[in-house]
Ligand binder design. Sequence first.
Ligand SMILES: NC(=O)c1ccc[n+]([C@@H]2O[C@H](COP(=O)([O-])OP(=O)(O)OC[C@H]3O[C@@H](n4cnc5c(N)ncnc54)[C@H](OP(=O)(O)O)[C@@H]3O)[C@@H](O)[C@H]2O)c1
Length: 400
Amino acid sequence: RKRLSASLACRSACSSVTVTKALRKPVLFTCSSASAPRATVMAAWVIDSYGPNEVLRFTENAPFPAIRYPNEVIVKVLSAGLNPIDLSMRGGYGAATLRMRRDPLNVNRSGGEFPLILGRDVSGVVMECGLSVTCFRPGDKVWAAVPPWKQGSLAEFVVLSGNEVSLKPGSLSHPEAAAVPYVASTAWSTLVNSAGLNKDNCSKKRVLIIGASGGVGTFAIQMVKAWGGHVTAVCSQNAEGLVRGLGADHVVDYATGAVDIKLKTLDKFDLILDSVGGDTERWAPGLLKPWAGARYITLVTPFLRNTDALGVADGMMQSALTIATKALKHFSKGVHYRWGFFAPSGPALDEVREMVDAGQIRPVVEQQFSFSQVPQAFLKLEKGHARGKVVVSVDGDGIQ
Ligand SMILES: NC(=O)c1ccc[n+]([C@@H]2O[C@H](COP(=O)([O-])OP(=O)(O)OC[C@H]3O[C@@H](n4cnc5c(N)ncnc54)[C@H](OP(=O)(O)O)[C@@H]3O)[C@@H](O)[C@H]2O)c1
């Protein structure tokens, strides 16, 4: 906890300059070589409309990212990671909410987000820092999860807030590091912030992970095991070796027969992390210890779908109604029902770096692609049956 508060104190220096101050005095950039000519364009994979894989377009003329606030850093991308949300965003998922987050004054101006760059993980090198950034210097090797409302990492450069960035684990290569930040930030936000777990209170907790062989699941298994918890993993049979290798104590195959019946024969759980959703939500909360503070947290929520279908205001109202109804229904049965969300956090990645460098967590890379193969990487995601993460080496495969 001491480490986390020190890290937060250091990062608060990064964010202490207000937007008003930044607006009054807008040109506040420091640069490793301030007099050097600045690039105005860069190579990137962009989309100009939502749709199937064909909308992906390679360009050498994407706008070079600019530091707009003094707490921002520009990172040269060496490896990028893809997540299911990139695939969904390519098709327009979450467009209404994300548009509002990017440009709150022009919510109804559709299309303003294009050309849009996807890619949610980055591992690379800091190229330039805003004036109030004290934690990083040009040349630092860093990793980060790029929030979905920001331009992504399938590009030569990406701009992020200093609070979203963390020094990369020394024990990982850039492609390995690019497999971690988005799923780690999601698992951290869910297990720590929503479920209240930490290394001091996790011992002997019984945790059920549904979707255990995917990006979030493989990370969550390792986090709970590093903190001394007991993990039951639900995945298909051919992923059993993978999840056992990551530490799962018990593995249940969902593909052969009714998984809920199999799970009902086991002791009840303190926590369920569900990254599959749908039908699982019907039976999984019944596997929790009643009246013992046990929680069911699902990552598959209708939040963005509601705003896409109903507009931002009505969609949010509908989501609030849905979560309140479900939480109340389950509370009356003695268990807590929650939605889990990704949350960008440099300090959380600092903690993850220590676990990685201590050998408690390893990245699970399913397949690595070169920058010229980004469409193939998306097709791989589209096929499903993930066994970890799909990563893209952005640097040095001849396309630039
Ligand atoms: N709310 C948020 O902010 C947030 C953040 C991150 C992720 N998510 C969501 O969480 C989900 C998982 O993300 P991810 O990155 O881990 O995806 P992923 O890497 O694609 O993994 C999904 C995994 O689920 C498994 N699976 C499919 N059906 C299953 C079932 N019935 N029972 C058990 N496992 C099953 C798949 O294994 P098989 O190949 O064996 O079927 C696959 O390994 C996605 O829907 C994503 O959109 C939400």
